[in-house]
Design a protein around this ligand. Sequence first.
Ligand code: F6R
Length: 625
Amino acid sequence: MFEETRFEKIHNVIFQDSTEASILVAQEIAALIRDKEKQNKPCVLGLATGSSPIKVYEELVRMHREEGLSFANVITFNLDEYLPMDKGNIQSYFYFMHEHLFNHIDILEEHINIPDGSVSSEDLYQYCIDYEMKIKAAGGLDFQLLGIGRTGHIGFNEPGSHYNSSTRSITLDHITRVDAAPAFLGIENVPRKAITMGIGTVLSAKRIVLLGWGGNKAEILKETIEGEITPEVPATYLQNHDNTSFIIDEAAASELTRVKTPWLVTNCVWNDDLKLKAVVWLSELTEKPFLKLTDKDYNNNGMSGLLTEEGTAYDLNIKMFNKLQHTITGWPGGKPNADDTNRPERATIPKKRVIIFSPHPDDDVISMGGTFDRLVEQGHEVHVAYQTSGNIAVSDEEALKFAEITQSLCPECEETAAIISFLKNKTDHDIDSVEVRKLKGLIRRSESLGATRYFGLDDANVHFLDLPFYETGTIKKNNISQEDIDIMCDIISTIKPHQIYAAGDLADPHGTHKVCLDALFESLKVLKTESYMDDCWVWLYRGAWHEWESYQIEMAVPMSPDQVLRKRHAIFYHQSQKDGVMFQGGDSREFWVRAEDRNRLTAKKYNDLGLSEYAAIEAFKRYHF
Ligand code: F6R
């Protein structure tokens, strides 16, 4: 254990699941509150906003409702607030905290402290001093909850922050503003400044717990936990605090040395998956294809134990080469009448029923357009099920265009007139009316049908599920409900598929893709015992942003240059998502460019490892349920 963590400078615990981890953190907070209550003392909590602590707050609310946990002795200090920002604004941290926690517990209003984003610039300096004094007067922070930004910020202490800093105003880093852009419907609406507790303020807490979920946090967590202390990554200052724990999930831990390359820190128990992971890593490190790796390469890179088990590099290289080679197939639905011993899919059931689940109406073609095309061409009964309407990603201008066309065709239609009037008078804070959302959803439906018809799919095989969790009209979605699961179960039990494809996107644990995946997993749990499910295999593709690592891929579907063009064409049908889309994120490439770059890169990686050279490859990993 100690050997494994030899690169790590901060205590951390890795959980498989962020919900389970959040519950444990909530239990620690609850125990502290009760303990202080017994001592008749206030419990002073430093709190964070953002996606990371949401489930902790949910659990605290549940404990209040169901287990009588009282917050009467709790005093809270929030880390930060945008500047300028009104309390009434739904983007404010004031609003966030009330929505997720304060409105649902018995905390006294006068015990809640959140930096005031509406304070005037003349009063700001004194305001920050007063905030610090108030924390001290309350007895100091007993517990500080933190998230971490991709810049390494804690609170809004961006790179450059001093370890002794106290509450102050700060200019937000560009990356932080990019990450906040979806919530503000565009980076131009994200404030440039914030008030934040300082590093010194945070470090003064008696106990600190930092939460990190999802692959997006993996790089910065590695730097924070394993790197040197530097103002360029302010979270590294936490290395100096002797009662800090990082609670992270597997995806967020994936870059830590002990997780990513365990053979460098310990004697591994080698199974075939770990062997492939290690050999891919070695091949990339040495820039040599599998079949050119030597005993010396293995011995010099912490893998002598593996060689002892396997005999020689020669045997191991061939074994791993074959393993990877067997993932490649031009027959994603299985090759009829072929020997399938070494193929990713079964040759049996030559004509398979297939459901492609697509979280938004375009993930199907972006992430697996080539495979989709092949499945149809190879005669399988393919169904596409769009899980959400995707309506919030259609811009008002796009919606207005269609509304005006409709009005020209049908001037009397009152619904259209209402839509046009709503869109023309809409302000930044307005949530789309039900009619506008309907129109936006319909736009995405028509685009999807354009793409599926292009692939030769019958309209009857295209299903729009409009899962209810998504239909809030805002970025913040509802939790998954029984209704969502029922809808998923319904389509699976009607089609009785032999193959299910779904987006296995775990990078953003609160994003729509993850909820859609959870909805699938829940429905699989329900249907698991049905006899037709014995024949059902589930394949996960990744979303628009990431690809499986080479060692994780279990089915690699190569594409010819012509097939790449067909895929591009299918993506083009999604016109509302072209050019500067609403949820662009930090990557300014259009979706079709991203998709092509990603598929080309996968092909290149396979080629670099010593396998055949293809124009592009789509990748899948099997999910066993
Ligand atoms: C929020 C805060 C920030 C966030 C960080 C991570 O009050 O201070 O440091 O904790 O930006 O944000 P999420 O959790 O949304 O990834």
